[in-house]
Ligand binder design. Sequence first.
Ligand code: CKP
Ligand code: MG
Length: 312
Amino acid sequence: MDVVTFGETMVLFTPESTGLMRYAHTFSRKFAGSETNFAIGLARLGHRVGWISRVGDDELGKALLSFVRGEGIDTSCVRFDPEAPTGVFFKELRNASDINVYYYRKGSAASRMTSADLDEAYLSRARFLFVSGITPALSENCREMTLDAIRMAKAKGLTIVFDPNLRRKLWSEEQARETLLTIASQADIILPGVSEGAFLFGESDPHKLGQLFLDAGAKLVVLKLGKAGAHYFTPDENRLMPGFHVERVVDPVGAGDGFAAGFVSGLLDGLPIADAVVRANAVGAMVTMVNGDIEGLPERSDVKRFIEATGE
Ligand code: CKP
Ligand code: MG
């Protein structure tokens, strides 16, 4: 296996109509969650990924698990929890620039995960552990599990990749800041957005943020700048890799996970950091052109064509 990740994937309902969701009568049913968005992105690019989670022992949990497995993700460490339901969320697309997410996930099966869901032998089969800042926000047991997963993976020599994925609806500012900074200090590679950097350090200048994350402990920081692209920082060099032009953004949710998949795919292929960031920018951009968090994730040949056509 190349990468292991863990976290909550939910049933996603999206109104078929734009505007206020209160007027929506028909919804499409999809599945989404940061870690499986990322995992499926990597699988489409030809890599092998394992996902650790829990789903409810219910119809939607069974559908979700079949779906993720069908996308080629190893789900041998996913369990059914008979005592809690599969989480659900709604994505209201009032228009392309006004998108709201409503969670119905409190007490969900995945939020009941504990460190006992982690299998050390399973983790040690991979080269990378992908950690998203959503999982520690789900519950105190998930927060402990996240820190234990990092500890175990580090001991086994895995590279820790961390996407802070700040979700203010899930926890208090103080809890979020403290935990995300703790994880940032333990990660090898960190993929924050500027707004997340500003939340954590009270600073939004990209150069200063890059340095702050390096000082906090990361060896490589890739700061996401939206349509401007991404700026990477190591102790020795830093460089801005411009983003790709997108004619029309349909749905930006999931772009960060696509970005992470493109970047880790580049590292797995042994690309120089700059080229891995180009791939990350391309996958992130492609995700925004399609409604759904995983529907726009490209295959390898699609990314190549997109990069060539857009003249990076
Ligand atoms: O940062 P992104 O827009 O890439 O993340 C989107 C995902 O896991 C989305 O699929 C949703 O399920 C979530 O983030 C979340 O819990 O908010
Ligand atoms: Mg994100």
